[in-house]
Design a protein around this ligand. Structure first.
Ligand SMILES: Cc1cc2nc3c(=O)[nH]c(=O)nc-3n(C[C@H](O)[C@H](O)[C@H](O)COP(=O)(O)OP(=O)(O)OC[C@H]3O[C@@H](n4cnc5c(N)ncnc54)[C@H](O)[C@@H]3O)c2cc1C
Length: 426
């Protein structure tokens, strides 16, 4: 096979832009990105990026820039619904010792700015407002056709167009559909001005460090700083939401989303109950002061689905979207990119071999992360007051033991965060 010289990338999210940057860096492979949105993304809250993803941003030469815009939030602090601290756990020190990287929280728009600025510096063309309508391929290449009639041909095409991927539905695998996980997130939308300044909030907000989670009978309420000065807060509430009565359709979810957003303040204040405690007062005030929220039903793609066809490969969420409860979406996309570039770099492989080896290595890792995300999702389920109280007692005891026996040093459950895709045997 002739070496891959030109790649067409559909989607300018973390997977698409990261892939273009690493293809250029590893092998000087030229790529062109096509993005359906008319301009740079302005949407999103704040994402958590653990050590396995941060080290890859470092290898892209972008770690210092993301660090300058985000904040280390390695500590998980659990609060009871009555407002006292049940305990805390360091989610980052074990993997930091192994990898040199902790756990970063950064606004999605800041992460994208870092990636897109790097793409601009590298002269990677990004065409906005381009809707993919057709993919054709033959022995010589693959051609993408867009709704305005323009076409582009390359040696390889990467579907980086997220969970509702057109590359998947038009060409790679029209039969696989995202499945609703039963859990939805509602959260402040940082890009729309709803990162909340700590200055107008009760004092408890000013000293907030790490990810602060409060378990309620109705779901999990989390709040975290998301800027280097830790003076701006991002929050989300993650809970069970039933499939709309009108069905699992885009219209049905839009309608449900509107209702969730309209009722957001009263739902949240109800859920927080009437506890008189500094912590709960702060949460109530945080909700009151939030102007813009977004509703995200959490979908996932079923494991084992098809990721490739001929000269096309799905990466990132287009291949293995998972609920966000493991904070691994961006890091999984980065791991995909690094493995793919390594395989392409090894000139002895056919494209077929590159894709097959890629799928063999990435499938089990994506499934492992999906299992973690689903496990973490279970605490978001609705529960009665007794069950809730029982969970609080168990968690308090568990955290106490964890810290007393210094179990952190064993790295229990954290080994996947020290995983290095570049050490994967290929
Ligand atoms: C509520 C929520 C919280 C999350 N929290 C975290 C977190 O804390 N940490 C984390 O790592 N991940 C988190 N994620 C997941 C993370 O956002 C995704 O895994 C990650 O963005 C995947 O990157 P991607 O580039 O594959 O897809 P996307 O980010 O979805 O990007 C796809 C891009 O393709 C474009 N596109 C779509 N269709 C087309 C088309 N037909 N033609 C051209 N372009 C198209 C889109 O506009 C977009 O720009 C969260 C997700 C949600 C919903």
């Amino acid at each position: 096979m002739d070496p891959v010289k030109k790649v067409i990338i559909i989607g300018a999210g973390p997977a698409g832009v990261g892939a273009a940057l690493n293809l250029r860096k590893t092998d000087h492979i030229f790529s062109t990105i096509y993005e359906i949105r008319p301009v740079r993304t302005t949407l999103g809250g704040a994402v958590g990026i653990p050590s396995n993803g941060l080290r890859l941003l470092d290898r892209l030469g972008l770690y210092d820039e993301v660090l300058a815009r985000g904040v280390d939030t390695s500590t998980l602090i659990l609060h009871s619904i009555k407002g006292h601290v049940m305990g805390q756990m360091d989610m980052g020190s074990w993997s930091k010792e192994k990898t040199g990287f902790g756990y970063l929280r950064i606004q999605r728009t800041d992460l994208m700015d870092v990636l897109l600025d790097a793409a601009e510096k590298a002269d990677i063309p990004i065409h906005y407002g381009q809707k993919l309508v057709k993919i054709d391929e033959d022995d010589n290449g693959v051609t993408a056709t867009f709704s305005d009639g323009t076409k582009d041909t390359g040696d390889f095409l990467l579907g980086c167009d997220g969970i509702h991927s057109a590359v998947r539905t038009l060409y790679v695998d029209p039969t696989t559909e995202p499945q609703y996980s039963g859990i939805s997130n509602i959260g402040s939308d940082t890009s729309l001005g709803s990162v909340i300044s700590t200055s107008g909030l009760p004092l408890a907000a000013a000293s907030l460090k790490g990810l602060n989670a409060t378990l309620t009978t109705d779901g999990l309420f989390a709040v975290t700083p998301c800027t280097p000065a830790q003076d701006m807060l991002y929050w989300f509430f993650s809970r069970e939401v039933a499939i709309p009565e009108s069905g699992d359709t885009r219209d049905g979810w839009e309608e449900r989303g509107k209702k969730e957003i309209e009722g957001m303040k009263s739902t949240m204040l109800d859920v927080l109950g009437d506890a008189k405690a500094e912590w709960v007062d702060m949460l109530r005030e945080l909700v009151r002061q939030t102007d813009v929220v977004k509703f995200y039903p959490n979908f996932r793609l079923p494991p084992g689905a098809k990721w490739s066809r001929g000269r096309c490969l799905l990466i990132g969420d287009a291949a293995h979207a998972m609920p966000p409860h493991a904070s691994q979406g961006v890091s999984m996309a980065l791991e995909d990119i690094f493995l793919l570039c390594r395989l392409l770099h090894d000139g002895s492989r056919s494209l077929e071999n590159v894709v097959r080896t890629y799928e063999e290595k990435r499938g089990p890792r994506a499934e492992e992360m999906l299992r973690t995300a689903l496990r973490n999702g279970s605490v978001r389920k609705k529960m009665g007051p007794w069950r809730h109280r029982f969970n609080e007692v168990m968690m308090t005891g568990g955290l106490h033991l964890y810290n007393m026996l210094d179990l952190d040093r064993l790295g229990l459950g954290k080994k996947p965060l020290a995983y290095d895709i570049d050490e994967e045997q290929i």
